[in-house]
Design a protein around this ligand. Structure first.
Ligand code: FE2
Length: 350
């Protein structure tokens, strides 16, 4: 493809960010959503063919959508990552046809590996994100800190709320492990310091409002894993008081229909948590589009089945008639490798 054509396609990246909320509500009921994370723009990304063949009505880029570090202590590397992504034939071929999508970042598009509040370049990294994803000038994300965002798709009675959390902008420093690489303590340890935060107060207040809005299904997108335990990489479990606050907020707002989507880990898996939660909560982690950790091994106290360690994307299929959901992790051929079914009626506080 000629570079000029690729450039024009890059400029057409309006996505759903360009549509106003009333237009979203007028969309017909959505039945097929896909998501993915960890797409390295320097490497081939053949899985987009399978995503295209799956033909999702909506796609969620769940973070590490490009790999740009800030090792040079300027934005050059991140800007180069976006420039390379805009020239990436497979990535652009998918995105130029996928009109309805939303994106959030993780550490590699935030610019600092495992980075948080301390990133001195976060304003500039945010600007690069807003430009690449063509976020409109009037969008709320341009008027507040961070990139958290939500939208509701579909008509009354068949509404899907998509809540994209920013797990980077406000996040306090992590507690470093005492045994680097040891199973379960690979990089970080849980930190009970109540002064530490994952979302920050502004985002917590916003989330509390979101969860009170009416919706039949809520996909909460957190780049880092929410429910997963048994490893010492990044996860909500590194801030146990913040994770409990999230569960308590779902209970307090009586928010029905919550399912967590996450990425970051270079593995795929499905998790279920039944303790200290308002109702059994399910998480599907899909990572990555082309970055996978083939030899990954870890404890999975609340994991359903084994890790999936090849390239993958996640899918959510909604049957509004029977009020059931099918969650799946799919491989490069589009075949479901891990699957779980949920009934809407299970997803509500008792
Ligand atoms: Fe990440």
């Amino acid at each position: 493809m000629a570079p000029a054509v690729v450039q024009r396609r890059a400029l057409a990246l309006a996505g759903l960010a360009g549509l106003a909320q009333p237009a979203l509500a007028q969309m017909p009921a959505i039945r097929r959503i896909a998501f993915g994370s960890c797409s390295d723009q320097r490497q081939p990304q053949p899985i987009w063919q399978a995503v295209s063949a799956y033909d999702p009505e909506f796609f969620i880029f769940a973070g590490d959508n490009v790999y740009g570090g800030l090792r040079r202590h300027d934005l050059a590397e991140l800007q180069q990552a976006y420039a390379d992504a805009a020239q990436h034939a497979e990535f652009m071929s998918f995105i130029s046809r996928q009109r309805n999508f939303a994106a959030i970042w993780d550490d590699h598009d935030f610019g600092v590996n495992d980075g948080g509040v301390e990133n001195p370049f976060k304003q500039q990294a945010k600007q690069a994100f807003l430009e690449f994803w063509r976020v409109p000038n009037e969008d709320v994300r341009r008027k507040r800190d961070g990139l958290y965002y939500h939208l509701t798709l579909g008509p009354m009675g068949r509404r899907i709320q998509i809540i994209l959390l920013d797990t980077r902008w406000f996040r306090s420093p992590l507690r470093i492990t005492d045994k680097r690489g040891a199973p379960g303590r690979e990089r970080y340890l849980p930190d009970d310091d109540p002064a530490k935060t994952l979302l920050g107060e502004e985002q917590w207040a916003w989330l509390s409002e979101c969860l009170r809005e009416p919706a039949e299904l809520r996909l909460i997108v957190s780049s880092i894993q929410v429910l997963a335990d048994g490893h010492g990489w990044e996860k909500w479990g590194n801030f146990p008081h913040e994770r409990q606050r999230l569960y308590d907020l779902i209970a307090h707002t009586r928010a029905r229909g919550v399912v967590f989507l996450s990425g970051d880990r270079h593995i795929g898996a499905i998790y279920r948590e039944s303790s200290h939660v308002p109702y059994p909560l399910t998480e599907i982690t899909s990572s990555g589009i082309n970055r996978s950790f083939a030899t990954a091994r870890e404890q999975g106290p609340n994991r359903l089945g084994e890790l999936f360690t090849r390239s993958n994307f996640g899918t959510i299929e909604i049957d509004w008639g029977t009020r059931r959901l099918d969650l799946a992790l799919r491989d490069e051929s589009g075949s479901a490798q891990r699957q779980v079914q949920l009934a809407f009626d299970q997803l509500r506080p008792g």
